[in-house]
Design a binder for this molecule. Structure first.
Ligand code: SAH
Length: 461
């Protein structure tokens, strides 16, 4: 992040604007909205802005204009002069914006969505103005026109809530129960009526103790691409006060949680369990019994090789409310993003998801049940056992030329797809430094990847 958006209090502060063209005038109107005392210096300052807080100096800029300023905006039509004033103002320690020249500025104006005191700032660090404008328009359309009256009412109501609800958690849960409710709609129409309804809602909330109860959301986060989260997953994640996540969950997804949530890494890797499973179960139970809303984020789907059921056992025994949110499992995600259909009328009429991790160097599986050539096999956690998997499949009658795909870090920007056959894929594996998480897809559907690789999927043979 190149620029940190901050919110400045400019009330009564002296601001110098050099230049009075259209761009300068746009900046001036924002400065006035923020209550600044604006001095405009320009030889041709025929200002349309008629405001008693503007002092217009109809003359060229001189260095003494920079005395006693709080903030400086430079917007003449002389680029050289702009840079010169910018440098001088910076040397004097001012906040200065030279319009359209971020390199000469030490702050830039973000695009702003404004509803009175409620504001949203958008910036691309000056890199993509059209993109910024697009998002400003899009967000603007989403924010209710009269949001200000709701925001004001909430501000006035804070002390009342504080006096009735003793803990931060209960206050936050109260606010969340009303923030997007019909009371907000009421506030857009009539803030007195909305206030009466808030009173009622607060009384009911203070009386009802169920809101102090904890809950557990077991959330499938999908295979990596954040856009593969479901709406429900995002919604519940954003309600969570504590978020337990592991290595398979992409950082962008973990970051979708609330800023003020507590994040606990319980990461798991083959051979390296940061927290043993029973400790994770105990931790989750303890947090929920303490009244916390806990999200347990799992890669893919929690009920597919995710130990979701085990993690819930204690929660169910303790009568704690819970939700299970299914996720897109690695097989679906990786197959789609690699252009491999898991079933196909001409190739495979069924698909099996198999846990391919090795026990004592040998995957203890019913190999003969994998003999059917019209069945696609998807091995999770199978990378270390790839050799065994290929050997055993050939033994039970799978053709040596059966295509195999390894999808590494599927659905992420780092996705790699390696293809070979039951006899060649181990060589491909040893030639390339293929890392976990990798999914193995075996069956003639893999041969369709080239026909379906419509998006320039990178494939290594
Ligand atoms: N619950 C998860 C699976 C957990 S088991 C799900 O439904 O997807 C972990 C295994 O899943 C990894 O060893 C790997 O084989 C596979 N996997 C998970 N995410 C993956 C990804 N983005 N790319 C490739 N394989 C992945």
């Amino acid at each position: 992040m190149k620029y940190l958006p901050l919110a400045l209090d400019l009330a009564e502060q002296d601001v110098l604007v050099v230049g009075a063209g259209d761009v300068a005038q746009r900046k001036i109107s924002w400065l006035l909205k923020a209550g600044a005392a604006v001095s405009v210096v320009a030889p041709d300052a025929s200002m349309q802005l008629n405001d008693h807080r503007i002092r217009i100096h109809n003359r060229p800029y001189t260095e003494s204009d920079l005395e006693q300023r709080h903030l400086v905006v430079v917007a003449t039509n002389n680029a050289e002069l702009n840079v010169k004033i910018g440098q001088r103002a910076r040397a004097l320690g001012y906040l200065v914006n030279v319009v359209d020249l971020p390199a000469a500025s030490n702050f830039i104006f973000p695009a702003i969505v404004e509803r009175g005191d409620f504001t949203i700032a958008i910036s691309s660090a000056g890199n993509a103005p059209v993109l910024t404008r697009y998002w400003r328009r899009t967000i603007d359309a989403l924010v209710p026109a009269r949001l200000q009256s709701w925001a004001d009412l909430l501000g006035r109501y804070r002390d009342t809530v504080k006096s009735k609800l003793g803990t931060i958690d209960s206050r936050r849960r109260f606010w969340e129960s009303v923030i997007d409710s019909d009371i907000a709609e009421e506030a857009y129409r009539d803030s007195n009526k909305a206030k009466q309804r808030l009173d009622k809602a607060l009384d009911a909330f203070a009386f009802d103790h169920t809101h102090q109860q904890g809950a557990v959301y077991l959330i499938g986060a999908g295979p990596g691409d954040p856009e593969l989260m479901t709406f429900k997953a995002v919604r519940l994640l954003q309600r969570a006060e504590v978020i337990l996540y592991d290595r398979l969950v992409a950082p962008e997804i973990v970051n979708m949680g609330r800023r003020d949530a507590e994040y606990i890494y319980v990461g798991k890797r083959a051979k390296d369990h940061t927290l043993p499973q029973h400790k994770i179960n105990e931790l989750m139970l303890k947090l929920a019994l303490d009244g916390k809303i806990v999200a347990r984020l799992k890669g893919g789907d929690p009920f597919i090789f995710g130990r979701g059921a085990e993690e819930l056992e204690h929660i169910i025994d303790a009568n704690i409310p819970f939700e299970i949110v299914p996720g897109i499992t690695a097989a679906s995600g990786c197959a789609s993003y690699a252009g491999i259909p898991l079933t196909h009328r001409d190739h495979a009429h069924s698909v099996r998801f198999v846990a391919g991790h090795l026990k004592d160097g040998y995957a203890d599986l019913a190999w003969s049940s994998f003999a059917d050539s019209r069945q696609t096999l998807v091995f999770y956690m199978g990378l270390m056992g790839l050799n065994t998997i290929c050997r055993e499949l050939i033994k039970v009658g799978r053709d040596e030329s059966t295509p195999v795909a390894l999808v590494e870090r599927g659905t992420t920007p780092n996705q790699q797809v390696y293809v070979g056959t039951l006899t060649t894929i181990c060589d491909v594996l040893s030639k390339h430094n293929v890392k976990a998480p990798t999914l193995i897809i075996i069956g003639s559907v893999v041969s369709l990847h080239s026909a379906l690789a419509w998006r320039g999927i990178s494939i290594t043979e």
